[in-house]
Ligand binder design. Structure first.
Ligand SMILES: *[C@@H]1O[C@H](CO)[C@@H](O)[C@H](O)[C@H]1NC(C)=O
Ligand SMILES: *[C@@H]1O[C@H](CO)[C@@H](O)[C@H](O)[C@H]1NC(C)=O
Ligand SMILES: *[C@@H]1O[C@H](CO)[C@@H](O)[C@H](O)[C@H]1NC(C)=O
Length: 488
C-alpha cells in the first residue's frame, strides 16, 4: 500500500553560489546614508564569468578544504565551476538565473501555502501512486536537461569504498539522494553512477523503519521502502530508500545516513550525482547527524572557486545574530525574525505585523540559500524602492529587466554612491548590506538593478544575492542565525 504522510513533497534545489578566495570587506557603516558601489569591478566580473577553464575545474575536483574548528567540512563549488558558462553572455545568464529563481520561489510558496491550509500531498497528487509504479521504473533512459536549478555543489564520498560525486546542496528540502545503478532513467552526470552492489555499507531500509515512515511520499514493495521526491520545477527522483556511509572532505565518515538510491530521476540537477538536503526536517543531513549547527559561505556567484559548508562549528564571535524561527506546520524551512528594513539609515514605515509568522503557518520570512533575489511583500517592496529611488536621483535610470523594475545605466561610472540598505531583527540587531549585494549588474555593459522583488504570496524570502560574501550560520541548538561578513 502506498503511504502518504505529511505535506506536499515539493522540494527545491539550492541556487547557491560559491568560491574560495574571499575578499575581506570593510566594516559597513550602517548608520550612514550611502554606500559606495564599485561599478568597474562589478562589470569586469561579468566578463570574467565566461573564462572558466576546464583545468581549473579538474583542480577543484581534487581540492579538499579543511577549516580549523569545524568537525565536518564540505568543499562548496559554484555551478559555473562544474558546468562552465554555457550561456554566452551575461545578460542571457542573468535571465536564465532569474527564470529558475521564479520557479523556485513559486514552489516554496505553494508548499508553505498548502501546509498552512492543511492540504496533504495525497489529496493533491493522485498520480503519485503511478509515479512509483513498476513500469515507470523500467522506462527508457533519457538525459537530463541542461538548465539546472542547483547553483552550489559539494564533493561527497558515498559508500565503502567511497565513490566521489558532486551533490547539489539545498536548504529548501530534506531528503538526500543519489542516482543509482541500475538506472531505469538517469540524467547525465559528471561522475560515474553510484552502484550499490559495489559498496559494502549499502543497506536497504524496510518499511517499518523510522526513516521510511518519515518520508512524505513512500511505498512499500516486498517489504523494502521506496521513496519519491518531486521538486517544484518538474524534477523528481524515485528509488530505494537505504542507509549508506557518507564521507566528507576526504576524512570524516558518517555511517548509516538515510539516502535515496534513485533509479528513476529526471530534472534540473546539472551534472550533479544527487542532492544533500539541508532543511530542518528529520531526514535532512544535519538532522541525521544531530548537527548543532551548520554554516556556509556564499561568495561571488560569478566565481569558479570554492568555499566550505561546515557542520558543528561555533558561531563566529563577530556574527550579527537574528532569532531563527520554525513553522509548526512545516519543518523544512528556516525562518528569520526580520522586523524592519532601513534605507539611507531610515526605517521604512511599515505595520508591526508586516513580517510576522502566523500560528497557521502563513506569513514570515524564510532564509534560503537557493533563492537568488530577496522577495518582499508587495507593499514593503514598494516602500523600499521609493526610498531607494529618492536616494538615487542623480543616477541615470534604465528600463526594467525581468522581475527588476528599478534599474540604472552606470556605463560611464567607475563607482557610485547608493543608499544604504539594512535589515533589522527582533533582537534589536541590524545587518547592513554591502552595495554589491543589492545593486547588481544584469549585463556587461553597465546596467545595474536594485535586486529585490515584490511578492503577493507569503512567505517572504531572503535570497542568496543578499547573502553573498557572508558566512551564514544556522545555530540549530540555540535557534540563532548568524551573519559574518568576513568569515569565508
Ligand atoms: C492565517 O492567519 C492569518 C493571520 O491571522 C490570516 O490573515 C490568514 O488568512 C490565515 N490563513 C489561513 C490559511 O488560515
Ligand atoms: C522479495 O524478497 C524475497 C526475499 O528477500 C526475494 O527472494 C524475492 O526475489 C523478492 N521479490 C521481488 C519481486 O523483488
Ligand atoms: C543522533 O541522535 C539519535 C537519537 O539520540 C541517535 O539514535 C543517533 O545515533 C545519532 N546519530 C549520530 C550520527 O550521532
Amino acid at each position: 500500500m502506498a503511504e502518504f504522510g505529511g505535506f506536499p513533497a515539493l522540494g527545491f534545489l539550492v541556487l547557491f553560489s560559491v568560491f574560495a578566495s574571499c575578499v575581506v570587506s570593510r566594516t559597513h557603516l550602517i548608520t550612514s546614508g550611502t554606500e559606495i558601489l564599485d561599478v568597474d569591478s562589478a562589470i569586469s566580473k561579468t566578463r570574467d564569468v565566461f573564462s572558466v577553464n576546464s583545468d581549473k575545474v579538474q583542480a577543484l575536483k581534487q581540492d579538499v578544504h579543511e577549516r580549523n574548528g569545524a568537525v565536518l567540512s564540505f568543499t562548496l563549488h559554484t555551478r559555473l565551476s562544474i558546468r562552465g558558462g554555457a550561456d554566452n553572455d551575461y545578460h542571457s545568464l542573468t535571465l536564465a538565473r532569474l527564470g529558475r529563481d521564479s520557479v523556485r520561489v513559486e514552489a516554496i510558496q505553494t508548499r508553505v501555502d498548502l501546509a498552512s491550509y492543511g492540504v496533504r500531498k495525497a489529496d493533491l497528487m493522485p498520480m503519485a501512486d503511478s509515479e512509483l509504479a513498476e513500469e515507470k521504473l523500467e522506462g527508457p533512459v533519457v538525459s537530463g536537461t541542461s538548465q539546472g536549478s542547483g547553483e552550489y555543489f559539494c564533493r561527497v564520498g558515498i559508500g565503502k569504498p567511497a565513490t566521489q560525486a558532486y551533490m547539489v546542496l539545498d536548504t529548501g528540502s530534506d531528503v538526500n539522494w543519489v542516482q543509482c545503478a541500475p538506472c531505469a532513467d538517469c540524467y547525465q552526470q559528471a561522475d560515474p553512477i553510484f552502484d550499490p552492489d559495489l559498496s559494502s555499507s549499502f543497506s536497504s531500509l524496510n518499511c517499518e523503519t523510522q526513516q521510511c515512515k518519515s518520508l512524505e511520499v513512500s511505498e512499500c514493495r516486498n517489504n523494502t521502502c521506496l521513496y519519491e521526491v518531486s521538486y517544484g520545477d518538474g524534477s523528481y527522483t524515485v528509488g530505494d530508500f537505504a542507509t549508506e556511509t557518507i564521507t566528507l572532505g576526504g576524512s570524516a565518515a558518517v555511517n548509516n545516513v538515510a539516502i535515496g538510491c534513485g533509479h528513476n530521476n529526471e530534472g534540473l540537477f546539472v551534472a550533479a550525482a544527487g542532492l544533500i538536503g539541508l532543511g530542518g526536517g528529520k531526514l535532512s543531513f544535519p538532522s541525521q547527524i544531530n548537527a548543532t549547527s551548520f554554516s556556509y559561505c556564499l561568495v561571488d556567484r560569478d566565481s569558479d572557486s570554492a568555499s566550505t559548508l561546515d557542520f558543528n562549528s561555533p558561531l563566529p564571535p563577530d556574527a550579527v545574530t537574528a532569532p531563527l524561527r520554525r513553522n509548526s506546520k512545516l519543518d523544512t524551512f528556516y525562518y528569520i525574525d526580520l522586523t524592519g528594513i532601513k534605507v539611507s539609515g531610515e526605517l521604512l514605515p511599515l505595520p508591526p505585523t508586516t513580517f510576522q509568522l502566523n500560528a497557521n503557518g502563513s506569513g514570515g520570512v524564510i532564509l534560503d540559500s537557493g533563492t537568488a533575489v530577496t522577495r518582499l511583500p508587495t507593499a514593503v517592496y514598494a516602500s523600499l524602492r521609493d526610498a531607494f529611488k529618492k536616494g538615487t536621483k542623480d543616477l541615470r535610470p534604465a528600463g526594467g529587466v525581468a522581475l527588476f523594475d528599478t534599474c540604472y545605466d552606470l556605463r560611464s561610472k567607475k563607482s557610485v554612491e547608493v543608499p544604504t540598505v539594512s535589515f533589522q531583527f527582533s533582537n534589536g540587531k541590524e545587518l547592513g548590506l554591502p552595495a554589491k549585494n543589492y545593486m547588481i549588474p544584469v549585463d556587461s555593459s553597465g546596467t545595474f538593478c536594485l535586486a529585490f522583488a515584490p511578492t503577493a504570496s507569503s512567505p517572504g524570502i531572503v535570497g542568496n544575492v543578499q547573502q553573498q560574501g557572508t558566512r551564514v550560520s544556522y545555530d540549530l541548538a540555540n535557534s540563532l542565525i548568524g551573519f559574518s561578513p568576513s568569515k569565508c
